[in-house]
Design a protein around this ligand. Structure first.
Ligand code: HAM
Length: 440
């Protein structure tokens, strides 16, 4: 038997509704803020990704790289920002109105060791704003991240904020940090000793306790920012405060990709164990130039959809999704089937979610299927009803049943389903439980 490849999973219909609603809700605040949909290929020329992070794990160890039949080296995208920037350069976005604000949702691929919340194919939703350096857009992007979590009803999220400096101040800081790491080499893990030379910043967020001890007094970038970076960071924090977006200063926050400059941030959730980052992002001025594009500063974020679903589950958040069926139609006897097939079609074309019994289930089996469908209203059409030109309309919550003219059955059922749904929506769930308890 074949199974899904290691580190991948199937989203079956039982869960796909919530999955889809979560995706849409996460991006809803960005839609309202003018971030339009962009679609880029799931694979790019390998060079696109090599340019964005040669010194990072994502690029060095985790890429799905392959040669196509034409001998080109291609890579399944490990993230979307590089591809979006490649597209922006290719289509001369810099010559149009700026900021260019886009959103996306799609699968990403990283060859990581799978564990809870870490997959080899996973979904991200994200936004990018290209073309302006204004700290107000940093605040807009970060705040839209915070609003996304509000929109899906996820409460326990902490926003960590840092500035990574820029080419004016970061190189000197990196040398200071490197000297510190060299002097502490005896207490560092093998990986951090290697990072000391290749990418010393990554040592700052090493999880190894001995490295954490060794780095407790390491210099932090926040104290080495140049004046323009400092001013930018101050303004971003000021805007976030004005917007009421809570943040925590995280001077050791280092992101796993190389392209960041200035504002960087991560959203973490407490209910997830080791894979606690539900999303992250930052500013990436300079990425365009490294892809041979014109100056085109940018900032954005990407959120991990699976981790957000896990976090929602850990908070016991209810899925408020609607049932997929509103009106269920049961033919009783073969003679009633043609009328039911057309009735269901009429309902669907009128915009009603409708379904019917297939096969020969009998009345009991058909009513069970009607219950399971979640429909508010069931229409039962027997051969005798047909002869009389009626259908039986049954309200599933009260059990009340009465005949309606067959010609009006679709409109009557649709209206009844809508009324019953509205009535359900206005019932206070607390009160409903109390009443149920009393009758038991
Ligand atoms: P990232 O931090 O590499 O940033 O990934 C963003 C989010 O994707 C993570 O916080 C996490 O929720 C999720 N994620 C990453 N790897 C996995 C995995 N193996 N399994 C499940 N979820 C995962 C980026 O990708 C940047 N493109 C963010 C960005 C946008 N920066 C600027 N603009």
């Amino acid at each position: 038997m074949f199974t899904a490849p290691k580190g991948t999973y199937d989203v079956l219909p039982e869960r796909s509704g919530r999955w889809q609603r979560t995706l849409e809700a996460l991006l809803a605040p960005a839609v309202r803020a003018g971030y339009r949909l962009v679609e880029t290929p799931v694979f790019e020329e390998t060079g696109v990704f090599l340019r964005v992070g040669e010194a990072t794990d994502v690029v060095q160890k985790e890429m799905y790289t392959f040669e196509d039949k034409g001998g080109r080296s291609l890579t399944l995208r490990p993230e979307a920002t590089a591809g979006v920037m490649r597209a922006a350069i290719e289509h001369h976005v810099d010559r149009g109105p700026l900021p260019w604000k886009v959103r996306y949702a799609g699968p990403m691929f990283r060859y990581e060791r799978p564990q809870a919340g870490r997959y080899r194919q996973f979904w991200q939703v994200g936004i990018e704003a290209l073309g302006v350096e204004d700290p107000a857009i940093d605040a807009e992007v970060v705040a839209l991240g915070a609003r996304a979590f509000e929109e899906v009803g996820l409460a326990g999220v902490t926003l960590l904020l840092n500035s990574m400096g820029d080419e004016a101040c970061r190189p000197a800081y990196i040398e200071t940090l490197r000297s510190y790491l060299r002097a502490s080499a005896g207490r560092l893990c093998a990986e951090c000793r290697a990072r000391t030379e290749t990418n010393p910043l990554r040592a700052l967020d090493c999880k190894n306790p001995s490295c954490q001890d060794a780095l407790a007094l390491a210099p932090v970038l926040a104290n080495h920012l140049c004046v323009p970076c400092h001013t930018h960071y101050d303004e971003v924090r000021g805007y976030l405060d004005a917007l009421g977006v809570a943040w925590v200063e995280a001077p050791r926050l280092v992101r796993g990709l190389d392209y960041y400059r200035r504002t960087t941030f991560e959203f973490q959730h407490g209910g997830l164990g080791a894979q606690n980052a539900v999303g992250g992002g930052g500013r990436y001025d300079g990425l365009s130039e490294s892809l041979e594009g014109p100056p085109l500063p940018g900032i954005g974020w990407s959120f991990g959809v699976e981790r957000i679903l896990l976090a929602l589950e850990s908070e016991g958040a209810e899925d408020t999704g609607r049932a997929v069926c509103e009106v269920y139609v049961i033919p009783l006897g073969a003679g009633a089937k043609p009328a039911v097939v057309t009735l269901v079609d009429e309902l669907r074309r009128a915009g009603v979610h409708a379904d019917m019994t297939f096969g020969d289930k009998g009345m009991k089996g058909a009513m069970k299927a009607a219950d399971r469908s979640g429909a508010q209203v069931t229409l039962i059409v027997g051969e005798r009803d047909l002869a009389e030109g009626v259908a039986q309309l049954k309200h599933m919550d009260t059990g009340e049943q009465y005949p309606v003219p067959l010609a009006e059955a679709a409109t009557r059922a649709a209206a009844a389903a809508e009324r019953d749904q509205a009535a359900d929506d206005t019932v206070d769930p607390g009160q409903a439980t109390e009443t149920e308890d009393e009758t038991e």
